[in-house]
Design a protein around this ligand. Structure first.
Ligand code: SAH
Length: 245
């Protein structure tokens, strides 16, 4: 079974292409993608070697974000937006650390339902961690910190940069994003390509140019403060914490 090609494109998509792409991503994460990622983002033994490695790499990203936030302190005094929250891999531990309020949302209703189920099972106060089904482009409001992890991989450069600008507009102080960085090392690209192995029921995976992401944040008034690169076999993710300049 051939892996989907890993795309790297700067071509600006049309509005209808963007809408179609987002619908595809939503349908995927409400069906086979939900089934797949719900297992990867869990401690289920029902994962193959690739999926287990993706789980390990993703956990490094989540742990790095939690470590940065804890270093800053005052979690109780801050509001958070977790855009594209998935099954709550970040929001649940963040709530556990005592974050003041967390608004978690995702394009996929299946992911949001599962995140809510996990939060209830963990006994998390529903007043402090709320879930909504929404694409991140429709999010409004102001949050101390806006976080968007491993979502941009589903979108080409121009769309991802637009998302960065929109999310920056919701952030008072801090914006934290992660994405698969463009790299000319084909071996790595091949590895990332296997994030979405299989036929047409999968989504495409895009690598993004970091300078473009940084420029989009800068246009919205944000400067990079911290960076880390989190990896495991089949997982490769650049994490950047921006602060309002
Ligand atoms: N951030 C989570 C989930 C990553 S998986 C984590 O790190 O654990 C990617 C998620 O992005 C999926 O749940 C998918 O439904 C969501 N997503 C994709 N496009 C989105 C969009 N335009 N708006 C909001 N969520 C989106």
């Amino acid at each position: 079974m051939a892996a989907e090609p890993l795309l790297d494109t700067d071509a600006a998509p049309t509005t209808s292409e963007k809408a179609a792409e987002k619908l595809e991503v939503r349908d995927y994460f409400n069906s086979t993608g939900f089934e797949r990622w719900n297992r990867i983002y869990s401690d289920s033994d029902d994962v193959n070697k690739v999926q287990r490695n993706i789980r390990i790499g993703h956990q490094k990203t989540v742990d790095q974000v939690l470590a940065w936030l804890q270093e800053e302190g005052d979690l109780a005094g801050r509001s958070f937006c977790d855009a594209g929250c998935g099954v709550g891999s970040l929001s649940l531990p963040l709530a556990g650390l005592g974050a003041g309020s967390i608004s978690a949302s995702d394009l996929s209703d299946a992911m949001v339902q599962e995140a809510g189920r996990r939060a209830a099972a963990a006994g998390i106060d529903p007043a402090r961690l709320t879930f909504h089904t929404s694409d991140l482009e429709s999010l409004t409001g102001r949050y101390d910190t806006v976080i968007c992890l491993d979502v941009f991989i589903h979108y080409p450069q121009a769309a991802a940069e637009e998302m960065v600008r929109h999310l920056a507009g919701l952030a008072e102080r801090r914006l934290i994003v992660s994405f698969a960085p463009y790299t000319p090392l084909l071996a790595l690209l091949k590895g990332i390509g296997q994030l979405f192995p299989g036929p047409s029921k999968t989504t495409r995976a895009y690598t993004l140019r970091e300078d473009g992401i940084v420029a989009a944040a800068a246009a919205a008034g944000f400067q990079p403060l911290r960076r880390s690169l989190n990896q495991a076999p089949f997982y490769f993710s650049r994490l950047i914490a921006f602060e309002r300049a």
